[in-house]
Design a binder for this molecule. Structure first.
Ligand code: BGC
Ligand code: MG
Length: 549
């Protein structure tokens, strides 16, 4: 009799507690990935339908942006029920199907947890705003006005204007770091922490493998509500908010990054440690101290596993000098901590446009990402080399873009639908009218169009990810400081008797390269890499070579 052997993938997956270290994560923005219902909005069943594409990339995990019940004022980053699926995206059973489809292919599932704030439609907020003495009166950050009626302090919202909104019923202001419809939860209240951890447990029990924690450094605010000092003009940095946003004029000493957050993160980690191999990556939004906070939150093995900062999400192109500078700072602040790197996500201009890169540049940076120490996070469509779409004002959806338009056009240009087929005007994304238009210039880069072309960038992504997966030294090894040889960034990775030399010409001109003397063996030929005896690198060429040590 032919007996089918059924492997329980979820227990196989659970076995490697350290999977996240050096893994590759694929970020899905569910609204724009695949629509299965014809309403023009991507959904959970759509993710199931496209799981083979994800598996074909060879990634370790997916991170799915929020799909929870929400009025969608910030497209799901405004949650009104932490423990349910918004009908627009499907049902809890559909989510179970996502987990099953992913686990069957050896892919882990990470979900977004937006714990810092809720939607103003969340029942917790509805109750809290009723009076000053209800059971949830202190679940959000309420404060009396100053004597002259103005807000209690000078804190600003990232999405524009003061961080305080007046509420007539309580005759008090409430804090919001983002939209007025995203009231900030009060983490100084233990019951709030308990309720949030219960929600996290709900998803762990449902089988998720980890979390991306939204705005992790915004959880706790200064109890005394002290004013933030002004930031001198020459210290302003627009890496997390656009230049035209006055948010950049302040040093956010008191509105975020508070020491009490560490105690909450330890509680969070203790919960995750009850499960076999759950891991979390925290998003750190801070223009001044992003790496220091990453170091603090990921040290000691008792807070989050990884943090995600804006070093490579900013407008600064990763020239050799910039890569060296970032790693210099990493080397000086991060000891036992762990970074998760990304070039693109659903909040920033796609890196091909942000850094004005052609395909050669995109390929080179992908290889660089897969050779750097840390966890790598790629964003849907990046594997196709998609550019930022130019969304017309009348099609804009993002409130952030509508607020600051035209100086800052918001985040819709990186959120347009995935392109699956070139032959269909909606690119195989939806049978209905997509919530954001498909960018016509993306059609030629559709998955189907690239599949048959071995030179296409999609295959480069697969090869680069495969190399990292096959080389323990790249996934887990130590990394030397990054040095520069003109436009070429150079570093080595070492692990268990092996050294891998990595050099990347991050410029537009041919450049000389010298390897240290030694018995080097070529790697990365399939990625267009040069041989170890090369004396020059073409623009955007890399050289990868290994030797025993
Ligand atoms: C998310 C954004 C969101 C914001 C507020 C983030 O950093 O990535 O998309 O608008 O948090 O939740
Ligand atoms: Mg749909």
């Amino acid at each position: 009799m032919n007996k089918e052997v059924k492997i329980d993938m979820s227990s196989v997956l659970a076995a490697d507690k350290d999977w996240w270290r050096g893994g590759v994560i694929y970020q899905i923005y569910p609204r724009s990935f695949q629509d299965s219902t014809g309403d023009g909005i991507g959904d959970l069943r759509g993710i199931v339908q496209r799981m083979d594409h994800i598996a074909s990339l060879g990634v370790d995990a997916i991170w799915i942006s929020p799909f929870f019940t929400s009025p969608m004022k910030d497209f799901g980053y405004d949650v009104s029920n932490y423990c349910d699926v918004d009908p627009m995206f499907g049902t809890l059973a559909d989510f179970d199907a996502v987990i099953e489809a992913a686990h069957a292919r050896g892919i882990r599932v990470m979900i977004d947890q937006v714990l810092s704030h809720t939607s103003d439609q969340h029942p917790w907020f509805a109750e809290s705003r009723q009076s000053r003495d209800n059971d949830k009166a202190d679940w959000f950050v309420w404060a009396d006005p100053k004597e002259d009626g103005t807000p209690p302090n000078n804190w600003l919202s990232i999405f524009g204007g003061p961080a305080w909104q007046w509420d007539a019923r309580r005759e008090q202001y409430y804090l919001h770091n983002f939209l007025t419809s995203q009231p900030d939860l009060n983490f100084h209240c233990p019951a709030v922490q308990d309720a949030l951890l219960d929600a996290v447990r709900f998803w762990l029990d449902r089988g998720v493998d980890g979390f991306r924690l939204d705005t992790i450094n915004f959880y706790v605010h200064d109890k005394d509500l002290r004013d933030n000092p002004a930031l001198p003009v020459d210290m302003r940095d627009d890496s997390i908010a656009p230049r035209v946003n006055p948010y950049n004029h302040q040093h956010h000493l008191y509105s975020k990054n508070q020491p009490e957050n560490l105690a909450f993160l330890r509680r969070f980690r203790a919960l995750l440690d009850e499960y076999p191999a759950a891991a979390a990556v925290g998003e750190v939004g801070d223009a001044q101290k992003g790496l220091e906070i990453m170091a603090e939150y990921t040290s000691g093995g008792d807070k989050v596993h990884m943090c995600y900062s804006f070093e490579f999400l900013s407008k600064h192109a990763p020239t050799a000098g910039r890569v060296a500078e970032v790693w210099d700072r990493v080397g000086s602040v991060i000891d036992d901590g762990w970074a998760c790197w990304a070039f693109s996500n659903h909040d920033v201009v796609r890196h091909s446009s942000r850094w004005n890169l052609g395909d050669a540049g995109l390929r080179c940076l992908t290889t660089l990402m897969m050779t750097m120490r840390g966890t790598a996070c790629i964003y849907q469509g990046e594997e196709l080399g998609l550019t930022e779409a130019d969304v017309a004002y009348e099609d804009l959806q993002d409130p952030y873009g509508i607020e600051f338009w035209p100086e800052f056009k918001g985040r819709d240009g990186c959120r347009t639908p995935m392109v699956w087929q070139a032959s269909n005007s909606d690119a195989g994304f939806s049978a209905g009218k997509p919530w954001l238009p498909v960018a016509s210039e993306h059609l030629g880069r559709a998955v189907e169009a690239q599949e048959g072309n071995a030179d296409a960038i999609l295959h480069h992504y697969r090869r680069a990810i495969a190399m990292r997966r096959n080389e323990l030294t790249l996934a887990k090894g130590e990394q030397s400081p990054v040095t520069t040889q003109g436009p070429v960034a150079v570093f080595t990775r070492t692990h268990d008797g092996e050294e891998i030399f990595c050099a990347f010409n991050l410029g537009e001109a041919e450049a000389p390269i010298t390897l240290p003397a030694g018995d080097w063996q070529m790697m990365g030929a399939e990625l267009g890499g040069a041989a170890p005896d090369a004396t020059t690198l073409a623009p955007w060429q890399c050289l990868l070579a290994r030797r025993a040590i």
